[in-house]
Ligand binder design. Structure first.
Ligand code: GDP
Length: 454
């Protein structure tokens, strides 16, 4: 009993959401075809993880959990969308911008066989403005004869080029060792002071009213604007006082400053969303009540669920809602948002300011749930009652029994059940449902995992 080792548990449950907030972030930046995917796969240690760069193809995933020498970090692959030749400069600049805003350390990848291109030089200019350690990987140095190609990259002015072969693994371990020296234990970008302001991400598809909401909320009350000495970059996070309390709104630069890219706009939006979630504890997903709930809205909610962050739904533009649309909306909510009925909902108007003050109790409720810890004794009393009322069905002549359980983590609440056999997914969902009935957990995802004990 007591606290269990999360790492050990996660081996059994690759799908489980084990989330430790504020892991440091390493972002990978570079032109298409320099081998970013291969390098990400190499760092993750599983070759099939990331597909090859294909022009015009969007990868769904952006952030990966990675580990090197026992240190865990988040690997952000900014190159998930590869533009065709005409869009390269803008796309790579957008990658660099995201990396600068959101990563603790940036790894810039260049193809040593091609040498520095104009695009590479353009990116270097952007990266040099960043107040972040930047490492230069000279990729495709498959053997020693190619090393001169790597040395030529000193000309980029980013310091020493590290020759690597992502494909064969050559040099990657040494480079990672050096990177880890500059990697903070906890993300500097997502500074997590104990008792400090809680971190909120405002998410939503374009034009739902995110920046209007932010502006209205900030109003005259903006207390602090993060100013990092010696940088010219935009403030990324803003501290805003709401309901008598200061909150950190993360990646507000991403909301205020729109990256205008015709190609790949979806990818960059999704990159921003994932990156903002990395830094946040709770997400406010803004929906536009004048339009049907869309696949894109649901995808953003899915990203929140995947990230294990707390969730509040804000239905915006309430001032424009008429009776007919309202009836449709209620039906859509019932159908499309049935899986997140536990998320607090606030009906607001960023334009008029209607009910903005209700955001605060919703955020507090969601964060309280997210932080909740149920003592092991209490949790086992709950399990005993639950299994007595509704035992696991017999499967193949056997009836798996839950021996005991414990809450292995909070943020989000993560439970582990030790059982004599494999528990049906349906039964695990039943446990989850009962947990919500008894403890609420409004605004927080909860995770129920199991381990079989012979
Ligand atoms: P973002 O892309 O999500 O940041 O959306 P914006 O904040 O730029 O808003 C998109 C458009 O919707 C703008 O024209 C806003 O003025 C408008 N808008 C935002 N919130 C509201 C609202 O509550 N009511 C009304 N009527 N319009 C809104």
């Amino acid at each position: 009993e007591g606290d269990l080792d999360l790492l050990e548990l996660s081996d059994d449950y690759p799908d489980g959401i084990f989330y430790l907030p504020a892991l440091p972030v390493l972002a990978i930046v570079g032109r298409p075809n320099v081998g970013k995917s291969a390098l990400v796969n190499r760092i993750l240690g599983r070759r099939e993880a990331v597909v090859e760069d294909t022009p015009g193809v969007t990868r769904d995933r952006v952030a990966y959990k990675a580990e090197w020498n026992g240190r865990r970090f988040t690997l952000v692959d900014t190159g998930g969308w590869e533009p065709d030749a005409s869009g390269i400069n803008a796309a790579v600049a957008a990658q660099a911008e995201v990396a600068i805003d959101l990563a603790d350390v940036v790894l810039f990848v260049v193809d040593s066989n091609v040498g520095a291109t104009a695009t590479d030089e353009h990116v270097v200019k952007l990266l040099r403005r960043a107040n972040r350690p930047v490492f230069l990987a000279a990729n495709k140095v498959d053997d020693v004869r190619q090393e001169p190609g790597a040395s030529a990259l000193w000309s980029l002015g980013l310091g020493e080029p590290y020759p690597v072969s992502a494909l064969h693994g050559r040099g990657v371990a040494d480079l990672l060792d050096i990177i880890m020296e500059k990697m903070p234990e906890v993300s500097n970008v997502a500074k997590q002071e104990v008792g400090g302001p809680r971190r909120v991400a405002i998410l939503g598809r374009p034009n739902v009213g995110k920046s209007s909401l932010l502006n209205k909320a900030a109003g005259e009350e903006r207390v602090v604007v993060n100013e990092m000495a010696g940088t010219t970059r935009d403030p990324v996070d803003e501290q805003i006082e709401l309901g008598g309390k200061v909150w950190t709104f993360v990646d507000t630069a991403g909301i205020r400053k729109r990256v205008h890219l015709q190609q790949g706009a979806d990818f960059y939006a999704s990159l921003r969303t994932s990156a903002a979630l990395e830094k946040a504890e709770v997400a406010v997903v803004v929906l536009d009540v004048t339009e049907p709930i869309s696949v894109q809205d649901l995808r953003i909610i899915d990203l929140v669920l995947e990230s294990g962050r707390a969730l509040v739904l804000a239905f915006n533009k309430w001032d424009l809602l008429d009776d007919e649309r309202r009836r449709y909306l209620e039906r859509e909510i019932e159908q499309d948002l049935a899986h997140v009925t536990w998320a607090p909902r606030v009906n607001i108007s960023a334009r008029t300011g209607r009910h903005l003050e209700r955001l605060v109790p919703a955020l507090e409720l969601a964060l309280d749930s997210w932080d909740t810890r149920i003592p092991t004794g209490k949790f086992n009393a709950f399990l005993a009652e639950l299994t007595a009322a509704h035992p696991h069905p017999v499967r193949g002549g056997k009836q798996p029994r839950i021996l005991f359980g414990t809450q292995a983590a909070s943020r989000p609440p993560t439970f582990v059940l030790f059982a004599t056999g494999f528990l049906d997914p349906g039964y695990r969902r039943y446990v989850q449902r009962r947990l919500r009935e008894i403890y609420g957990f409004e605004g927080s995802p909860i995770v129920v995992n199991m381990r079989v004990r012979e």
